[in-house]
Design a protein around this ligand. Structure first.
Ligand code: ZN
Length: 264
């Protein structure tokens, strides 16, 4: 090897080294810059996330401030409720309970048109009782000036702490006062022909507005019959009787009823 060729080799080695170094540095830069890109993306993602969290937080703050407003309004509502009549407050409790039996009610409505007018007295809550008897009553508002006033009769019921499940007014409108599933206080001391006593426990009570010397209207008979059909579809009915049939000597209603008009 001559001196010149040695120089040439050395030059080659230096050039190759530079190339190798350049490639190494370049690929290193590329690697790092790629990493940097990733980290930029990450930080962008992060800032997006942060913004999202900020939005969420502000929404939560808005929500919780809404809750505060609600809770501020609630006492006002309560005062308003307290200001309402006792009747309304009790009715709203009753409505809550009746929501459970909505299916039952809507099913009944499909056949007989029934107006819900639930009362808060004259019954005890029950569930799963077996209903096999319908008791028909008659009454009127003896305390007020208008004998066939529904609200008047209900006030009278309230004073005595009694109620029937249904009330049929002179026009044949059917009001539901007590849910079927509950035990209404309408029969008192009573006995059905098979010997069972305490008829309230297994019966549905239907009040028909009438006076002792009056007659039921044809609208009342047709309403009673549609209600009986509805109840028969729902329960296995063994007896349809008048109050006086289960409490003879003690009760005289339903006054002047013509049973041939009643679909038994
Ligand atoms: Zn009666």
């Amino acid at each position: 090897m001559s001196y010149n060729s040695y120089i040439m080799d050395k030059k080659k080695i230096i050039i190759i080294s530079f190339i190798v170094l350049f490639v190494a540095v370049f690929s290193g830069c590329a690697f790092f810059s790629e990493k940097k890109t990733v980290s930029i993306v990450n930080s962008e993602q992060g800032s997006v996330n942060n913004e999202q969290e900020t939005v969420d937080n502000s929404q939560q703050a808005e929500y919780s401030s809404q809750q505060k407003v609600d809770s501020i309004q609630n006492p006002a509502d309560k005062e308003q409720q307290a200001a309402d009549s006792e009747q309304d407050a009790v009715n709203s409790d009753q409505e809550k309970e009746d929501t459970e039996t909505n299916d039952e009610q809507s099913e009944i409505k499909n056949t007989a048109k029934i107006i819900e007018r639930f009362v808060s007295w004259g019954f005890e809550k029950s569930s799963g009782r077996k209903i096999d008897t319908i008791i028909v009553h008659s009454s009127y508002d003896a305390l007020g000036s208008e004998p066939f006033s529904v609200s008047g009769l209900l006030n009278e019921y309230k004073q005595y702490g009694v109620a029937t499940h249904y009330l049929i007014d002179r026009e044949g409108k059917i009001y539901q006062l007590v849910a079927d599933k509950n035990i209404a206080y309408h029969a008192g001391e009573s006995k059905v022909p098979d010997g069972r006593t305490g008829v309230n426990a297994f019966s549905i009570g239907i009040e028909m507005m009438n006076t002792e010397d009056g007659k039921f209207t044809s609208e009342q008979y047709s309403a009673l019959n549609s209600l009986i059909v509805t109840l028969k579809n729902r329960y296995s009915i063994k007896y349809i009787l008048g109050h006086k049939d289960i409490a003879p000597g003690r009760k005289t209603d339903p006054w002047n009823i013509n049973w041939t008009n009643v679909q038994k």
